[in-house]
Design a protein around this ligand. Structure first.
Ligand SMILES: [Zn+2]
Ligand SMILES: [Zn+2]
Length: 309
């Protein structure tokens, strides 16, 4: 179980990450989203804390809007659960009212009077603030509804049943009033204990990744993407420089999710953080540092400097 979970963490940590405020246009119309939360890690990656999808066609963007932006907990179970946790941490009796769903005329008629509109609004604001400040996500584009639903369930079950994926001691979800959340370490209550992913599902997931359509590179990327010894996509933004001795070129990659960076491979001619016969890849924490490093090559060894991403 945990080996499949490691692969999933590796894949999803390697995909482009969205943080609030995100550009909705960059998000596909259909697919699965995977959420990460500040301070949470598993298998030396950012820990997956929620997986979700949508049923109706072309609703992925609006689903993410319902979670991150639209202040209505009855439109997002995720918001509702974050709100429950906020209220539970301060032993707020309003939790009882927050738990009520105001989705039908009948429920509004029956419980409407219990609602303190201003207070409810202020809780919604707190929920937005918590979600926008603490969660980031990546998406996997999947057009077919059946495939989305099946994979979502399998991914949830894999992470939920992995015995190495544990929340940190300070994980906010441990304050939840919902046992399943506390116990699973996920902001989820359904699909936790069903069938997990198997090898063929991992292959299927890899097929859904939008790699650049460059035949050779695509094949290499796919091969490298979940391999144990390939470079782990680092949480901190690193700037990578490719020193290519035969072509006398230094190429600066500012995006650590650039396909060329993700495909970095140590060979006997090219090193990682070490120069070999053909050169190698060096990483820097800042762009200026990387440029300074390249300038030295330019001056002393007649190299040209270019940037990639
Ligand atoms: Zn795990
Ligand atoms: Zn690049």
């Amino acid at each position: 179980m945990s080996s499949e979970c490691i692969k999933l963490h590796k894949i999803f940590n390697g995909l482009p990450r969205f943080k609030f405020p995100f550009d909705l246009k960059k998000i596909p119309l259909n697919g699965i989203y995977v959420l990460f939360e500040k301070g949470e890690s598993a298998h030396s990656f950012d820990r997956i804390v929620r997986i979700g999808t949508h049923t109706g066609d072309n609703l992925l963007r609006s689903r993410l809007k319902q979670h991150f932006i639209i202040e209505n907990k009855d439109g997002s179970i995720f918001r509702k659960n974050i709100g429950r946790t906020i209220l539970n941490t301060r032993k707020d009796p309003y939790l009882k009212v927050w738990n009520l769903a105001m989705t039908t005329k009948e429920s509004v008629a029956e419980y409407g009077l219990l609602i303190n509109k201003d207070y409810q609004k202020s809780i919604e604001k707190e929920v937005s603030k918590y979600i926008q400040n603490n969660f980031s996500f990546c998406v996997l584009e999947i057009t077919k509804k059946d495939q989305r639903i099946i994979l979502e369930s399998k991914i949830i079950s894999t992470v939920a049943q992995c015995n190495e994926c544990k929340p940190s001691e300070s994980w906010f979800g441990l304050e939840s009033s919902i046992e399943k959340i506390k116990y699973s370490g996920l902001w989820l209550v359904n699909e936790l204990y069903k069938k997990p992913v198997v090898e063929t599902d991992i292959d299927e997931i890899k097929e859904f990744i939008n790699f650049p359509n460059d035949g050779h590179l695509k094949a290499r990327l796919k091969e490298n993407f979940t391999k144990e010894n390939s470079i782990s996509p680092k949480k901190d933004n690193k700037i990578w420089v490719n020193i290519n001795k035969p072509t006398k070129k230094c190429t600066i990659h500012t995006n650590f999710l650039c396909p060329y960076v993700l495909a970095i491979k140590e060979t006997h001619r090219k090193g990682i953080e070490e120069l070999k016969i053909d050169g190698g890849w060096e990483s820097f924490s800042g762009f200026i540092e990387a440029v300074d490093y390249c300038k030295k090559w330019e001056e002393n060894k007649d190299f040209s400097v270019t940037t990639c991403c």
